[in-house]
Design a protein around this ligand. Structure first.
Ligand code: BDP
Length: 725
């Protein structure tokens, strides 16, 4: 008997211990909003002294969530709750707009607030009646919320808060995630589980994730979300689903996030019972007008529609002999009375058009410049083909001064290793944003096109195809979170550097310990270039597995669409490799301004990172290093794979320096990435060798399997496949 009591006690003790250890398990759910307790005693004291209480004015749902977040963060980082105070004391944090908070009104800061617009904010250290205080203020409650998140970030990243004078405003108005989520909860090109939208249980069951999703997005300034796939399903526009959409909108509203939907162009026939969806047909127009009114009745701040039309089998105005502008304008007219927008995608191409796929969007849209209504934005992918590991910037940027062009980046890693490869995409985003279009002389960067400063666009936008799913860590790979984070931060301020954004993210997500921060930063900084090397070096593109896009498959040919084969893009033959897009080939270079066209079009001046994108180069031709194309190609593939090994080794040095759970998860992903990098290297080098007929340089290890092995691999159940419609 006595023994069993001891046993029970021991067991209980053990269970409690286990639960303590488990509760410390780091599964990544908290993203960068972990709010870890500050353990450095002097820092903790310092912050605690400077923050004593919080003063707010009139409460609104947005101020409410701002205070809630602040308290959550302070309580867990500084282990104290800020007392709500009516009197301003030393160390009071004043939070609100001048209109809602009389003390802030009395501070006379309207001049300073002028530059912050409807979403920006000020964070200032100042004195009020001789008391040292911190003020977080803005013209709107939403601005205050953004300011609060910035302030929390300062503490998370352990910055000095004793003399703050921060003014920040977004450079781009619409900062949106695009979810390619289907109503059956599969996610097209999603590698992190299923869709987080639990359509079946909505509107009654509100998954707590929705709120955490909103918090995460608001913390990085994302102010809109397109809930549904661009390969759209008209069903989401039926009353049954709109109620569900409205329930999500209610959760997101206090966080300043508007919902948007994809509009299937044929919806009037599919769910409206009309015989046509012709945009010039009055019944069709009426149907959309009514549908839009119905939506705004349920969701007064609905954002608008995103449309993929006449592309990859999607219906569109061209089915009725109408232009993209006629189609977009019909929807724009319906949305205009409610301040809604249409985001019309420029991602169009057709295998029945004999021209180079890279040229088709430009050919289609450039002549329509100025033909769109003011509430239409044309959404353009970063490059002219399709989210490849590396692409030159899309020639439409700079070419449509009378039409707001918005950027579409892909955060989900469809072409960069799904959710098993560590690839920090901010470097890719930045390369595109800082490319010079020369549309109005030197300095006409893509960033200046999309932030509207180059052509005075009245509305501006940046969209990122989301990498979010039901996986506990949201993005499958812990480092996938960094791409979501970086997208939001760059949409707010594209001038931030990729590495400053990485540093914030690392400090909030892992640790503030400098050595670890610097090690992870280095890893992230080279990760994209590394991936380009082992997948598509020197400007190669679209040579991945058929349909699912998993792994290498440069041998894909003879499919029902030539533009969905790899051979279409790499054009390997006995003479050489690459797509001739100069005047002697498809002349796609002519779509760029003269300066750019001359550079890309010249075999000698074309940056080597884009060489095979624009030129068909002989196998034995010398590149700038003096080595032949064949040698450089081999070296790039081998370098890429070797660098992943190095990443794995670098990561191993962090064992014990970060939590075991995430350490081990990332380590395993890196070993998968290493295996797959070698797979890419071997398959591609062996395949291209059948054309070059040259030896792999002697010092490089020979592939251990023949090409036939790689060619027979099949993956019918690879994740994220596009469903058949
Ligand atoms: C391609 C994807 C496909 C998308 C398409 C798009 O493979 O699943 O539907 O882009 O952007 O890259 O519409």
């Amino acid at each position: 008997m006595k023994l069993s009591v001891v046993m029970i006690r021991t067991l209980l003790f053990f269970l409690i211990l286990c639960s303590i250890i488990r509760s410390k398990a780091e599964d990544g759910y908290r993203l960068w909003l972990r709010y870890e307790r500050i353990t450095n005693v002097s820092l903790l004291k310092n912050y605690t002294r400077q923050l004593t209480s919080v003063h707010i004015g009139k409460l609104s749902p947005t101020i409410q969530v701002a205070v809630e977040e602040l308290q959550l963060a302070i309580k867990s980082m500084l282990v104290k709750e800020l007392a709500l105070t009516a009197q301003v004391q030393s160390g009071t944090l004043l939070l609100g707009t001048p209109a809602s908070t009389p003390v802030i009104q009395a501070m006379n800061i309207s001049e300073k607030l002028r530059n912050t617009g409807p979403e920006g904010y000020l964070i200032m250290s100042t004195a009020w009646n001789g008391k040292k205080v911190i003020v977080i203020t803005a013209n709107t409650d939403k601005g205050v919320l953004y300011g609060v998140f910035h302030f929390i970030r300062l503490i998370q990243t352990q910055q000095d808060i004793s003399d703050l004078n921060i003014s920040s405003a977004p450079k781009i108005k619409l900062r949106l995630l695009n979810h390619w989520d289907n109503l059956d909860r599969t996610v097209e090109r999603g590698y992190a589980g299923f869709s987080i939208w639990d359509w079946h249980k909505l509107p009654d069951f509100i998954d707590p994730r929705y709120k955490d999703y909103a918090r995460a997005n608001a913390s990085i300034g994302i102010n809109g979300t397109v809930l549904t796939n661009v390969n759209a399903n008209a069903w989401v526009l039926t009353p049954h689903y709109l109620e569900k959409v409205a329930a999500l909108a209610n959760v997101f509203r206090p966080y300043g996030i508007r919902v948007y939907l994809t509009a299937r162009f044929s919806a009037p026939t599919e769910i409206g019972g009309l015989p046509t969806a012709d945009p010039l047909n009055p019944d069709v127009q009426q149907w959309w007008n009514k549908k839009v009114r119905e939506i705004y009745n349920l969701i007064p701040d609905f954002g608008g529609f995103l449309v993929k039309a006449n592309s990859e089998g999607q219906p569109g105005p061209q089915n009725f002999g109408r232009t993209h502008a006629e189609g977009a304008n019909m929807l724009a007219r319906a949305l205009a009375p409610f301040n809604g927008v249409v985001m019309w995608r420029a991602f169009v191409y057709d295998d029945k058009i004999p021209d180079d796929r890279a040229k088709q969007a430009f050919n289609e849209f450039k002549p329509l410049d100025g033909a769109f209504l003011p509430n239409v934005l044309v959404q353009v992918k970063n490059g002219p083909i399709d989210f490849q590991p590396r692409e030159p910037f899309h020639p439409l940027f700079g070419a449509m001064p009378a039409t707001p062009l918005m950027m579409e980046f892909q955060i989900t890693q469809e072409y960069t290793g799904f959710s098993t490869h560590l690839v920090y995409l901010a470097n890719q985003f930045k390369e595109c944003l800082s490319s010079d279009t020369y549309a109005r002389g030197e300095g006409s960067t893509v960033a200046r096109v999309i932030d509207g400063s180059l052509h005075n666009y009245p509305i501006t936008g940046m969209a990122g195809v989301a990498n979010i799913g039901t996986d506990r860590n949201w993005t499958g790979h812990h480092f996938g979170q960094a791409n979501w984070y970086a997208f939001g931060r760059l949409a707010w301020n594209h001038e931030l550097t990729a590495m400053s954004v990485a540093e914030e993210w690392i400090r909030m997500t892992f640790t503030n310990e400098l050595h670890v921060v610097n090690t992870i930063k280095k890893l992230m900084d080279s990760s994209w270039e590394t991936t380009v090397n082992y997948m598509t070096p020197l400007g190669l593109h679209h040579i991945m597995g058929w349909n699912h896009h998993y792994g290498p498959a440069p041998w894909i040919q003879d499919k029902h669409r030539a533009d969905w084969t790899s051979v279409y893009y790499h054009r390997a033959d006995e003479k050489g490799l690459g797509f001739d897009r100069t005047p002697s080939g498809s002349n796609a270079v002519s779509q760029y301004t003269q300066r750019v066209s001359e550079k890309f079009g010249s075999r000698l001046n074309c940056p080597e990172k884009f060489l095979l994108w624009f030129h068909h180069v002989g196998w034995t031709e010398q590149l700038s290093s003096g080595k032949t194309l064949w040698e450089e190609l081999c070296l790039a593939y081998y370098r890429g794979a070797a660098e992943v090994k190095q990443m794995l080794e670098t990561w191993s040095t962090l064992q014990g320096k970060i939590d075991d759970d995430r350490y081990e998860h990332v380590r395993t992903m890196l070993s998968i990435q290493h295996k797959e990098a070698i797979w890419w290297r071997n398959a591609c080098v062996l395949y291209f060798q059948t054309f070059s007929k040259m030896e792999i340089p002697a010092h490089l290890e020979k592939p251990d399997k023949p090409l036939s092995y790689y060619m027979q691999l099949e993956f019918p159940y690879a994740p994220g496949i596009k469903p058949k419609w």
